[in-house]
Design a protein around this ligand. Sequence first.
Ligand code: 6R9
Length: 650
Amino acid sequence: MSDSSTTNEKYAPSAEFAAQANATADLYTEADADRLAFWDKQARRLTWDQEWSEVLDWSQAPVSKWFVGGKLNVAANCLDRHVDEGNGDRVAVHWIGEPKSDARDITYSELLADVSRAANYLSSLGLVAGDRVAIYMPMIPEAYIAMLACARLGLTHSVVFAGFSSAALRSRVDDAEAKVVITSDGQFRRGKPAPLKAAVDEALGSDLPNVDGPAASVHKVLVVRRTGIDVDWDAERDVWWDEVVPEQPDTHTPESFDAEHPLFLLYTSGTTGKPKGIVHSSGGYLVQASYTHYNVFDLKPESDVYWCTADIGWVTGHTYGVYGPLSNGSTCVVYEGTPNSPDEHRHFEIIEDKKVSIYYSAPTLVRTFMKWGHEIPAAHDLSSIRVLGSVGEPINPEAWRWYRDNIGGGKAPIVDTWWQTETGAIMVSPLPGVTETKPGSAMRPLPGISMDVVDNDGETVASEEQGLLVGTEPWPAMLRGIWGDMDRYRDTYWSHFAEQGYYFAGDGAKWDSDGALWVLGRVDDVMNISGHRISTSEVESALVGHEAVAEAAVVGASDEQTGQAIVAYVILREHHIGSGDELVDALKAAVSKEISPIAKPRDITVVPELPKTRSGKIMRRLLRDLAEGREVGDTSTLSDPSIMEALQKK
Ligand code: 6R9
């Protein structure tokens, strides 16, 4: 999907950067000497209310326990600790709204007071530790406050991306049996308010297909007034945030929770249609979030301005938008809008204005910037930038160079960070100031992390040979399971290499002859659209959900802009209504509504037949060849090889 050919182009860290870097090569030495002692030491970055008796208990593998018996409060580690240490006046969040007139700086003391009020309100609803709360919000301060208030009370949050449909929200609310939904009346999108609460009303009601009456678990919907647009109101269920939260006491005593207490669930696409609720812990998660954020981004809390552009709806927005940076006392930029609102200068204006020094974003955005042209960043003073990060998909070397030259002043180190919703925190990345980087390679597992590239038998592959990326030892931020489905957890991640006890990441990779790791993309039926995971079967079931469609096959085809794009082949029902472009548009709209606009297929082709094996499996490999305009591969296992010829003619 991207140009991942090994290059020998190397960028050594400058002596100047190395001299001031947080991380040194000693981290590798220490971790190699004694991995668990290394993590024991890293855990002491945080404030614990009770010390652990054991670093790792792996006796119930593949479910791990880290910092066994340790107790802490995640929110207190992100807020109270900094205030207690005399840093209450430091800005925690430079919030920048989409409308240019909207901005607000929030100090650590103010954020602590806001979180305390929200926590006091949530506990007044009778919620207790372990209850689930769904958060469906745009990038506004209250979204951060809501997450941290949940963390403070031990309520397990489930953030659902505000771009997801009401059907997606409903299935997540039901799966987690969330008791409360926190949302806003609307959100600003390209200068205009768009409704959001309306989607919550639809989700919780009984009108969606495949639901059995209203969402039974939800008692309250807490609504932030963001845009002032009209909303429907259920007086029993709905409550305005600004009518109940501000009047609450602004202090709150945090309780300590077990290191293994579930901090959050985050749903992600798997190879089957049903999204998986990935479960994350409190202690191990925060240890690795904090350690990686400090070392990979070289964070200097007193002087850096850090901006992770990810929405809180994604894991990057959790670990590097909220928990990693706040645990380290960072000053963060949080921006509500899109990069081209009101015009393509917006991100660069923000960097210039706030003197952003660490910028963490995704290859798809870098490619968009490239398309807009280098004159746009060149019109701004970006000299504050000193570290650049990339995440979400392999970054092609061309985009890597452009990023460094045009945003990083030709000198800022780039940290290409490989990790997953499941891993919780960064696993593979260069350490700036230590690692010589190669454009397009995530380089090497971080100190304390053990990974390998293996063949189907679990043997390490020779360098330059493609294999499967695996985790060979447990790590603190690893997922603790799939919510409500531990069999699926074992099956999805641990059954491929059960004998070796390896974690199967689902990515193809290789080591090059210098020992650098190259991640080559997914090996399963998960597509990567602009860094967002969408499964082929999710889109297929949305298409088949449309009355005109009898059968659908979906593949991810490489796309210059979005990394991969969704290409669908559909067989229509005998007596369907509509045809031609109109029908194709209706199908695209149906997927967009059922899942999210991100999942909208780029192309939909109506076909008479799909290529299948004799056992009835759709051969996606052949459809991918077709979608990418390649010569079609071996068709000998097809039940009817002539089908591909017919499709090619189309
Ligand atoms: C953090 C996040 C995980 C999948 C992962 C892989 C791809 C992420 C990458 C990368 C190459 C990188 N991926 N970072 N591929 N280089 N630096 O993105 O989590 O949304 O769960 O996606 O994304 O394919 O398996 P998530």
